[in-house]
Write a protein that binds this ligand. Structure first.
Ligand code: ZN
Length: 291
């Protein structure tokens, strides 16, 4: 089976097999608990297959899947689709290039969503190129129109988003790419948690490095993903990046004194400081394990 982006729609059989496989991977990777999560895949401009509610996504069979139209009317299937399908339908409505949507509650990404933090720091080359920044959709009451409304602003410009106090959503031009974006979101969140939270020291990418990664991404045909905040921008992100003058005259002007901000490795650390740092890391690891 060919999973390339922007291929024609998959057949009914292919779409159902993809949904079942993604469901198994989602469950095996602990991205969902109980019957959580949902997956959908378009098979024409106006129809899509989706997962049922009340079923573990790791143990679905093809007769459990539901065919619906893009207005939410069930065409085929005996199970009830999830109420969260409203969110999927809105993604398809906002951006016709999207043909598959994956929703899960992966623990690290969901923790960022609970903390109210987007994944927007430039720390991983693969993340900058592959998924870009992952914004945070504001809190929305489950099952209401608030949920699709909260997601809609990001659908044309990004590859996924976090849902405040809820989970994560990824979309793409094909089902396997949407799933891989969900995996990448969780990996980005996990590494971000290790570095920012547990180790407490991060060498973020510079504006220059981010510029070059985004150039590469664009050459590879990926035009969505926004721009993660780079080191030179301090806490102020993309707008500050433009306003700091870096892109205008090629000269980085760091507002927040990067060199002393702790965002770079300190090669002049004394032995005593090193011992203190290692002690602190061990203390945090033990605390995180409840020891
Ligand atoms: Zn959910």
């Amino acid at each position: 089976m060919d999973y390339r982006l922007n291929q024609d729609y998959p057949s009914d059989f292919e779409a159902k097999q993809l949904i079942l496989e993604i469901g198994r991977r989602m469950y095996a990777k602990n991205f969902v608990a109980s019957n959580d999560g949902n997956i959908s895949c378009k098979v024409s401009d106006h129809t899509l297959w989706c997962t049922p509610t009340g079923v573990s996504k790791g143990f679905m069979t093809d007769e459990m899947l539901v065919l619906m139209d893009t207005n939410g009317n069930v065409i085929r299937g005996t199970c009830k689709p999830s109420s969260e399908m409203k969110m999927h339908l809105r993604v398809y409505k906002e951006n016709p290039a999207i043909k598959a949507v994956v929703h899960a509650h992966p623990p690290a990404a969901t923790s960022y969503a609970i903390a109210g933090l987007p994944l927007n720091r430039a720390i991983l080359t693969e993340s900058v190129m592959g998924i870009g920044e992952i914004p945070l959709a504001p809190y929305a009451m489950p099952g209401t129109e608030e949920v699709p409304d909260s997601v809609a602003p990001f659908v044309k410009t990004h590859n996924g988003c976090l849902l405040a106090n809820h989970g994560a959503l990824a979309w793409a031009g094909d089902a396997m790419t949407a799933w891989m974006r969900m995996e990448s979101i969780e990996y980005y969140a996990l590494v971000s948690m290790y570095t920012h939270g547990l180790i407490g020291q991060v060498q973020e990418l510079t504006c220059d490095q981010v510029d070059r990664l985004i150039e590469r991404r664009t050459r590879d045909g990926i035009t969505t993903g926004g721009r993660p905040q780079c080191r030179d921008c301090g806490q102020e992100g993309t707008e500050a990046c433009a306003s700091c003058g870096k892109n205008a005259n090629g000269e980085a002007k760091c507002r927040n004194s990067c060199a002393s901000s702790g965002s770079q490795a300190d090669s002049s650390m004394s032995e005593e400081e090193e011992v203190q740092m290692i002690t602190e890391i061990v203390r945090r690891v033990l605390a995180s394990r409840g020891i």
